[in-house]
Design a protein around this ligand. Sequence first.
Ligand code: EPZ
Length: 419
Amino acid sequence: MQKLIINGGRRLGGEIKVQGAKNSALPILAGCVLAGEKVKLYNIPELSDVFAALRILSCLGVRCTYENGCVTADPTVIESVCVPDALMREMRSSIVFLGAVLARTGECRLTFPGGCELGPRPIDMHIRALRQLGVSITEKYGELICSCPHGVKGTVINLPFPSVGATENIMLCASMAEGETVINNAAREPEIEDLAGFLRTIGAKVRVSPSGTVRIKGVKTLHGGEYTVMPDRICAATFMAAAAAAGGEITLKGTVPSHLNAVTEVFEQAGCLVADSEDKIFLSAKKPLRAVREIQTLPYPAFPTDAQAPIMAMLTKAEGTSVITENIFTSRFRHVDELARMGADISTEGRTAVIRGVKKLYGAKVMAPDLRGGAALVCAALAAEGETTVTNIKLIDRGYENIEKTLTELGADIRREKS
Ligand code: EPZ
């Protein structure tokens, strides 16, 4: 068990490179199963979730190596169609292996996925869509037994909600289907275009339209290729929230500023100066922060649910009252009680949190409730007076590559210790 010890009150400054996107890397790693030849992936972050995905690939018979952000995967021979329960439980993204394994082999056996506790996270949309593609799915003692005896057949799928994971699973499964698949009301998150970019690199015919339609013309085989994963927009938002909360001036390089438009607007309302050029974002927080207009988390291009907790941490010290409504997950305010231990004044009612800015936060012993909630506690700790200990940081390690090293580069006083 490890913990982070943070001495708050230091302004942040300097330039860092943002890591590759976890939520792109994971479905792209699943997509390696589709390739008939070697795949090389760059900008893959060194995260526990990435290693879980590599273990799943190994179980399937895909030989993988990871070195300095580069994954080499050789999926020439798929030896197994089963994903063990222990690996399924390690992360939510394990479910996107279903579409890929089915497309490549015609069958797959796995159990329900794990992942951060953010409220119920069903996979009904995934299952319904795969059935529409001709997959037979039966559930026995918690195991999903899936096969497509007559092959995957392209069709029109109207998603009831633009689910990111369901869109990815359909794209993976439909890449080798007979005929064309159209996904209406598909997710529009940048990670979807990144997955499409990877699939095109290995020979798939995928088009993503900005209006939320994805078209996939199935092909018989896919080949190998090299692909660089996009930068992590949520890590960028987190480090911006950290700098805004603690004060200071930071530059993030290796970003796509347009992916952060909805988030940038909130920093500007709070009184920060944000500028960008090419792949750089500059944030300056010199003045005390002020409250912002109501934030509603919604599918992209609106404000992302994954940035909700770090932004809330930043708003705890903003002058005035801010309101955040979480529309994507039913239980994504578990960081609120932990922030309260540090002196934050937040009340919640259902999906809405009301944050009344306080003059000071104080160091405390807190526990990461989930990945982004944990990152929010780190942001608050940097802005607090005194020492904060954050435990349960294995959840933070799921999404942030060596967070203490990155923040130390920005001048923070933060270290990792064994509990
Ligand atoms: C992805 O999760 C991300 N994870 C999440 O990132 C992110 O919060 C989420 O998209 C929303 O942007 C990865 O990409 C690995 P969804 P996913 O399917 O695909 C409901 C992070 O911190 N739903 O778009 O699981 C679901 O319960 C995280 O990095 C169904 O009801 O999200 C939720 O309320 C955590 N049935 C909503 O839709 C389904 O079959 C959005 O889920 C599927 C989803």
